[in-house]
Design a protein around this ligand. Structure first.
Ligand code: SF4
Ligand code: SF4
Length: 272
């Protein structure tokens, strides 16, 4: 039987593991408010609590990521997500040692068999879980804006069958009516105010520069090349090596563009 202090203990453990933000929301509430089929009940009907954890993106990566030499910043973004994945695993093990059952989610795993949106859907929307768990507000560009770090933070999620007290939603409106800094900063015009939608067709080439679509196109180019020598050249091309690196390191497969993140004034000076 889990301890009555399990929420407090889980929070303390997560912070000790290096997590920057943690919040709790009931699975029942998420099942009610999630407008899509990506609800906790679809994945694990017995889950009672959904835990959101966040790790901020290093400001150095945001600074470098808006310049010409962006590759290493993309690597930092990917590693930040991996960091969160391993913390989610540790927290789930912690919960199970306390007598609950727990299930850590992944970041960036493609799970949609219908291949909607290039299959780039998680089982849950980490950012929406974080907003419902009181960690921030979904802002104009659909990412979550937190008071502490603005949008420069990634999230992951853990489900548990332990009933832990939910946190209240934040009363926080970062975007108001006047701020359009992220809209203006986007080099592709992908953000529009009002609809709270990023135009994915415009964003994805920058946000996922080495994503699945680029890989498909490159392979198609090789397959369609009739001249054997030209085919060899394509295999020996720098782009091929770059896509190979992306495949083994994750670099640029997600989180490849930093302009809208850098522009947001919220939490810019916060470093702890
Ligand atoms: S990630 Fe880049 S392309 Fe996408 S909305 Fe932000 S600034 Fe625009
Ligand atoms: S830059 Fe302004 S409009 Fe965009 S997310 Fe930040 S606060 Fe909201």
């Amino acid at each position: 039987m889990p301890s009555p202090d399990l929420k407090k203990e889980t929070k303390a453990y997560a912070l000790q593991q290096g997590v920057d933000l943690i919040g709790f929301v009931s699975a029942e509430h998420l099942n009610e408010v999630t407008p899509t089929r990506y609800k906790p009940s679809r994945l694990w009907p017995e889950a009672k609590t959904v835990i959101s954890i966040g790790k901020r993106l290093l400001m150095g990566a945001v600074a470098v990521g808006t310049g010409e030499m962006v590759q290493n910043a993309r690597w930092v973004a990917w590693r930040t997500n991996e960091y969160l994945n391993s913390r989610a695993m540790e927290i789930a093990h912690f919960l199970e040692r306390q007598g609950a059952r727990a299930f850590p989610m992944s970041n960036g795993t493609m799970v949609d068999p219908d291949f909607t949106n290039l299959g780039i859907y998680g089982e849950l929307s980490h950012r929406h879980v974080a907003a419902e768990a009181g960690l921030g507000t979904i802002g104009v560009p659909t990412y979550i804006v937190t008071p502490q770090f603005g949008p420069r933070i990634y999230f992951n999620t853990i489900l548990t069958d332990a009933e832990l007290e939910p946190d209240p939603k934040l009363d926080f409106d970062p975007c108001g009516d006047g701020c359009n800094k992220c809209v203006k900063a986007c080099p592709n015009g992908a953000i529009s105010r009002g609809r709270k939608l990023i135009k994915k067709r415009l964003c994805i080439p920058s946000a996922m520069p080495h994503g699945v679509r680029v890989l498909q196109e490159y392979i198609r180019k090789i397959m369609e090349e009739k001249d054997p020598e030209e085919r060899i050249k394509l295999l020996e091309d720098f782009d091929f090596a770059r896509l190979h690196r992306a495949t083994v390191q994750g670099v640029g497969t997600i989180a490849g563009c930093f302009h809208c993140l850098a522009a947001c004034p919220i939490g810019r000076n916060q470093v702890t």
